[in-house]
Design a protein around this ligand. Structure first.
Ligand SMILES: [Zn+2]
Ligand SMILES: [Zn+2]
Length: 160
């Protein structure tokens, strides 16, 4: 993973779009590139806050969306309000199991589409370039405890 190339992508994008170059964007990008997992704007806000970096949440939202437009991040929507991000660069294609309760995301790799999916694409004369499946449900941690296994109810989603 080369951070330099990511910064180059950002610089090029800013130049192309004739945007103003701001030190905030680079600081946010620097932090984003350290995150190997999916994250929300709020997660990043919390991380920056811990480092005593003062950002308004709206700035973080705007900056993350700019990174998405520049091709640095991928954004996934989780319903109307929640979105999460992950690095788009140096990351092989993969799919997601998403817990609707705690938001835990489990990744899995399956590089081919099923016959059924290919058929749908063909029927619509749709040229597939890549695909990501998002499968929603309730993760192991969030399922009601079975009497024999656990007695204290849910333990929350610590797994990240
Ligand atoms: Zn869960
Ligand atoms: Zn992922």
């Amino acid at each position: 993973m080369s951070n330099n190339s990511t910064f180059d992508i950002l610089k090029k994008y800013i130049k192309e779009k004739k945007l103003r170059s701001t030190p905030e964007r680079e600081r946010i990008l620097n932090e984003v590139m350290k995150l190997d997992r999916h994250f929300t704007a709020e997660d990043l806000f919390g991380i920056l806050k811990k480092r005593k970096e003062k950002f308004v949440l709206a700035t973080i939202y705007n900056t993350l969306d700019l990174f998405v437009s520049a091709g640095i991040l991928t954004k996934y929507r989780l319903g109307a309000e929640r979105s999460y991000y992950e690095r788009a660069i140096d990351k092989p294609g993969h799919h997601h199991l998403i817990c609707l309760d705690c938001g835990n995301i489990i990744e899995f790799v399956a590089d081919t589409l099923s016959d059924y999916e290919l058929k749908i694409a063909k029927q619509n004369n749709f040229h597939v370039q890549n695909s990501t499946h998002q499968i929603f449900g309730i993760c192991n941690n969030c399922q009601p405890a079975r009497p024999a296994q656990r007695s204290s109810g849910r333990s929350g989603g610590q797994e990240n």
